[in-house]
Write a protein that binds this ligand. Sequence first.
Ligand code: NAP
Length: 324
Amino acid sequence: MRAVQISHLDGPTAARVVDLDEPSGDDMVIIDVHAAGVAFPDVLQSRGLYQHKPELPFVPGGEAAGVVRSAPAGAHVRAGDRVAALTMLNGAMAQVIALPAAQVFKLPDVVSFEAGAGLLFNDLTVLFALTTRGKLSEGATVLVHGAAGGIGTSALRLAAPLGASRVIAVVSTEAKAEVAQAAGATDTVLAEGFRGAVAELTGGKGVDLVLDPVGGDRFTDSLRSLAPGGKLLVVGFTGGEIPTVKVNRLLLNNIDVVGVGWGAWVMSHPGELQRQWDVLEQLLASGTVPAPQPEVFALEDAADALSALENRTAAGKVVLRLLG
Ligand SMILES: NC(=O)c1ccc[n+]([C@@H]2O[C@H](COP(=O)([O-])OP(=O)(O)OC[C@H]3O[C@@H](n4cnc5c(N)ncnc54)[C@H](OP(=O)(O)O)[C@@H]3O)[C@@H](O)[C@H]2O)c1
């Protein structure tokens, strides 16, 4: 089979397409992969900067979608099923993968392989962030940073169906504002000067939730953009710097900073992954939440796909086409 491989930690351009032996395992679900998601942790892993450091050489990729080739007796999926699957950390950018059945989920018919390859990681994180951690209430106003990225577009697709009445997208360029609007933003503002724009849009009231996958120097202005009782959801640090909080700000304005560590949560809460998927599957199958509209790269262009995230040119969720 063909697969993407990283054999030295020089970043996205180190990604090569190679021939590898297909995986096997009688107790595993074997999947012919049509598409694999590309996410920021893959970029960090390509430089050895992520908390999980796989042994070299490794195949990157935390999620994929495709067709079940074979499954163990008694599994909830069987040969021929269309599925999305989580490898969680790496290994998904290969034409065949083998996974325990608990990490494989039947894809609703309305979701294509390419859309399905890019939804588990982000949508389940955002679902967890907005509901379990953020306690999103009906009619809330939500501000989303990095809104044209993977986590960002997922937040734009999910926030309104989960109850938000206004979803403000923060992006770095006008082109990304278009991506954010297509994904469901009610308003878009540029990252530069976003605090003033948000104050104007909300009549000085501020927002109820900030979902922040970026961090960095915009963090304090995000806190200043919260309405009393509001929460800032810490999801990631694509901006590079990990911000610090002066806790007097929390006291003075009755606001919260809330950590969102989806992977750690599902690993430590048995049954939670399946419970989250049941909620998401219903939202997708009923059309309440639209499927993602990813930017698709060919397998041979894997290095470009990873680079698009690192150099900030990606327009929406990025996925890699493996078969078909
Ligand atoms: N906590 C969790 O459980 C969890 C789960 C999944 C992912 N994450 C994290 O969430 C973050 C986002 O992941 P993703 O896959 O959505 O990434 P992505 O698709 O690359 O999107 C990230 C966005 O960040 C913005 N950004 C601002 N400064 C940047 C910089 N210096 N370099 C690159 N991007 C920058 C970009 O938007 P603009 O150009 O518009 O600013 C970009 O669209 C990552 O840190 C990831 O590790 C966390």
